[in-house]
Design a protein around this ligand. Sequence first.
Ligand SMILES: *Cc1c(COP(=O)(O)O)cnc(C)c1O
Length: 376
Amino acid sequence: MRPIQMVDTKTQYLKIKEQIDTGIHRVLDSAAYINGEPVQAFAKNLSSYLNVKHTITCGNGTDALQIAMMALGLQPGDEVITPSFTYVATTEVVALLRLKPVFVEVDRETFNIDPKAVEAAITLKTKAIVPVHLYGQAANMEEIMAIANRHNLFVVEDNAQAIGSNYTFADGTVKKTGTIGTVGTTSFYPSKNLGAYGDGGAIFTNDDVLAKKLQMIANHGQEVRYYHEMVGCNSRLDSIQAAVLDVKLKYLDEYIAARQKAASFYDKAFESVDNITVPKTAHFTNHVYHQYTILVEGINRDELSKYLSSVQIPSMIYYPVPAHRQKMFAAFGGADYKLPVTDWLTERVISLPIHTELDEEQLQYIVDHVLRFINK
Ligand SMILES: *Cc1c(COP(=O)(O)O)cnc(C)c1O
């Protein structure tokens, strides 16, 4: 059996090595390392895959969130509603821009931001909502967009974990996550579902005016070189990463299907196990399983993780500390928040290996050891 990893980018690379190497060598030969043809080509191809008007590439997923929030013209002190149960980047950029993060509860079954909690957190200072499509399935965008429209708020979708996922509205319309809100963002960090071989990120919008502003902010606030109209930053996807991503984009649907297949293997094995709750998918979304995260009860999660590691099975806790309990947010009254569902989940989640290269032998080995630990 091949060694089990949380992600296996090497095996994935070897299957498409020729195309990737050709793409990279083309960039080396062109010497256009920054803003070369592959960057435009990839942005265009990603726009058509997602069926969105504009894709603005940038340096990473955190920058993408920052640039998105800068382009919305938010002012210091404006409130931005985010889940507490998320990766730090989502909430950190809010504080970095001197906006006020307002942490809300997530749904116990889907781990995603709870629209009722969002509505309850709205004040006169609220300007934006940042739903995170956590672990690879969409938050309840239909309700979130309705709330945003009622209160005239921006919606920034953090789509770093769910690129390629579909959202189905009540009227049957299907859209890709990241293209539903005012603006969407993603990350091409190597372990993400569409991963580069270095850093990368992108921002999506259907709004022409906003797209122009996003593009300018990512490039020192300039449209014409050396004429800077607004304060921006420097955030670029380099040509080599774009060449890699353009090849991998062709396989994204295949990669998603491989992740779903592994997830359904786990689902079948764990469905009837009392101590395990398998991930639930809401009716309006499909799940692209950036993570396969189970809830364990009546067993010691940390002992399970230790046991798995002793038999060469990696596992991770995403995330061990929710945002409202991070020292980083002490100044925002993090400790005063009462988010019992978030705390409850934090103590019970554990993510098992999931990626495009897991075979049945590996999956069976993981399942057998999880069950062995539970039944011992
Ligand atoms: C990975 C991730 C980010 C940040 O992406 P980077 O490319 O690492 O900056 C933001 N939000 C979520 C939910 C993520 O998973």
